[in-house]
Design a protein around this ligand. Sequence first.
Ligand SMILES: Cc1cc2nc3c(=O)[nH]c(=O)nc-3n(C[C@H](O)[C@H](O)[C@H](O)COP(=O)(O)O)c2cc1C
Length: 190
Amino acid sequence: MNFSDLVLKNRSYRRFDQSVRIPREFLVSLVGLARISPSPANLQALKFWLVSDAEECEQVFKNVKFGGYLKDWGGPIEGERPSGYIIILGDNEIKPIFEIDAGIAAQTMLLGATEQGFGGCMVKAFKRESLREVLGLSENLEIVLVIALGKPAEISLIEDFDEVKGIEYYRNVVGVHHVPKRTLDELIVH
Ligand SMILES: Cc1cc2nc3c(=O)[nH]c(=O)nc-3n(C[C@H](O)[C@H](O)[C@H](O)COP(=O)(O)O)c2cc1C
């Protein structure tokens, strides 16, 4: 797959074939990609919590929310839930703000997952305190972003944004996910 195709295929997936498990070693290999990615002042303040065990996945699942724009959808049902998670943590003993670092790490890891036939979704809508408790995190570690992973079991297509439809992603009658993207003309201001 060339790079443009990889970026195109790397959509946010929220429904998976849950029977396909993600080995911990694969998650470790994705963190290996984040490890060699850029880091402000090379401080490398991110830490990673890996979840591949089915029981542990269930605990994390209870603390994340998928597809806020899909009002008639309550999230993936049993059988189509993520089979792995990488929880990106920030170590506040190293620095206080992690958003850019986490974005770089997340996208890099998702591209790596997509290249290997998996896919996922960044999740910022997590229950911070409850998830913290589930993980039993030490004081210095803050949850920055959750990456849900699995074998995608849905199709996601991008389309040009228009004023009438707006920016909200939606599913068509046969369940194909559509994501409006603003056109290059709108993005490039000079
Ligand atoms: C920082 C960040 C946080 C996100 N948080 C959530 C989330 O909590 N739940 C969710 O279902 N999708 C989440 N998404 C996925 C976005 O909804 C998705 O990127 C957007 O709809 C565009 O779709 P695409 O990634 O397929 O291009 C998040 C994306 C980013 C970049």
